[in-house]
Design a binder for this molecule. Structure first.
Ligand code: HEC
Ligand code: HEC
Length: 379
């Protein structure tokens, strides 16, 4: 092992330590510690470089690789969802990827004062072989539309975030009605992407600061829970039956819960800033960004005319680049005087789900156990 690769590993370990201290602060503020997520090397057999990061973040880095190189898992692994042991086997391409992780970390450390400006995506842009020569056809063609920058600062002529957030609360029903919607239970269907993904029944249990989503797959329930402090995913065919999530991912679940009961939306994030307005499906949107308690980034897109939330993108840090996840909301309907989206599409680096609700029961009593650490999935 070279000195520089050892340094990059230390870099990873340091960020884990920062998170652990964040966890300690939470303990001081109120009650029991959040569930500690297992680290990648505790669960997997052959982790040599990406050590000291939680399992779900490690899996996120695999999504970063797949997206950056335009590959699927099978391109680097002799895969099979049901047998995680085969992922441990090495081959030349996987070893090349390890070399690349170290190279990338060294470039950032040596030339960019440790800022993560070069990632797999910077060079690869969706292909296995980065291009070395300018493409004249591309140079004179229409550039594809894309997100210019994941993280931005307040734009000079943009309105203040408070204005846009106030308008949003007004648009969904006003502060009073929003505050009166204390809980709801929703039912609907969730469809994966691709022909083999049949729609599956879905249930959502939501109350202020807590949220549980259950998708009833043929192989068993896939449950995501945020109890107000910790977050878990319990789903079939995962490397860990009931996985405690990483701090930034827990922050993301908290934000979802906060968006479902948005009375306190202004406290949901800090360091709010508003970027330049942009377009989503030909409609102008205001782009508002904030930072989560543990340093994740979230961007909210509000329709300039209706004031409604149409998109939400979250970016969590990882040693190989940000892990992004996007939700697009539509079909707002009134429930107890509050407009909530009945349809949304969830997109992440290696998958996509479409959710359509069929009924939402407002202000029902939900058994507190619904928000406990979920049980392992069973058929
Ligand atoms: C570009 C190549 C590449 C792609 C694509 C890729 N991986 Fe990996 N994977 C790696 C490398 C490299 C490691 C080892 C990392 C290390 O040693 O720190 C690894 C390790 C793993 C491990 C740990 C195995 C063990 O027991 O040690 C799992 C599980 C895994 N990958 C799953 C996936 C999944 C699921 C996908 C698709 C979403 C995926 N990978 C896509 C390169 C890749
Ligand atoms: C500074 C630019 C740069 C960065 C950053 C970078 N790569 Fe690469 N990568 C390359 C180049 C160039 C090649 C092709 C090398 C060749 O043709 O011999 C390559 C090749 C590869 C290959 C072999 C592809 C094949 O055809 O089998 C893998 C796998 C790979 N990179 C993974 C990664 C991963 C994972 C990351 C992020 C951790 C990453 N790379 C970051 C430049 C980069």
């Amino acid at each position: 092992m070279t000195g520089s690769s050892r340094r990059s590993i230390v870099g990873v370990a340091v960020s884990a330590v920062v998170w652990l201290s964040a966890v300690v602060v939470t303990v001081g503020q109120g009650g029991a510690a959040p569930a500690a997520p297992p680290m990648a090397e505790q669960i997997f057999k052959n982790v040599q470089v990406l050590k000291g990061i939680p399992v779900n973040e490690f899996m996120g880095t695999m999504g970063v690789f797949s997206a950056a190189l335009g590959m699927s898992c099978e391109d680097c692994h002799d895969a099979g969802d049901e047998n995680w042991a085969v992922y441990a086997k090495d081959n030349p391409r996987k070893q090349m990827a390890r070399v690349m992780i170290t190279m990338m970390a060294t470039i950032n450390k040596t030339h960019f004062r440790g800022r993560q400006v070069v990632t797999c995506y910077t060079c690869h842009r969706g292909s296995a072989r980065p291009r070395a020569t300018a493409d004249l056809a591309e140079l004179y063609g229409t550039p594809p539309f894309g997100d210019p920058n994941a993280v931005f600062e307040q734009a000079v002529n943009a309105p203040k975030a408070d204005e846009i957030l106030d308008k949003y609360i007004q648009a969904v029903g006003g502060a009073q009605r929003v505050a009166a919607l204390k809980s709801y239970v929703a039912k609907g269907m969730s469809s994966g992407y691709g022909p083999e993904n049949e729609p599956r029944p879905l249930e959502i249990y939501s109350r202020e600061g807590q949220r549980t989503t259950v998708v009833k797959t043929t192989a068993g329930d896939a449950t995501t829970t945020y109890d107000g402090r910790s977050g878990w995913i319990a789903a079939p065919f995962r490397p860990v039956d009931v996985l405690a999530l990483s701090p930034q991912e827990v922050d993301g679940l908290k934000l979802e819960a906060d968006l479902a009961h948005p009375a306190g939306i202004k406290q949901a994030l800090t360091n709010w800033r508003v970027g330049l307005a942009t377009l989503i499906e030909d409609r102008e949107v205001q782009v508002v960004q904030g930072t989560t308690a543990r340093g994740g980034t979230a961007t909210l897109y509000f329709d300039s005319e209706t004031g409604l939330l149409v998109r939400h993108v979250r970016y969590n840090d990882s040693p190989v680049g940000r892990i992004s996840r996007q939700t697009d909301y539509s079909d707002y309907r009134e429930v107890a005087g509050v407009r909530i989206p009945f349809k949304w599409t969830d997109t992440w680096l290696d998958g996509r789900d479409v959710v359509e609700l069929s009924e939402v029961q407002p202000n029902v009593t939900i058994d507190a156990a619904r928000f406990n650490r979920p049980a392992p999935p069973k058929k």
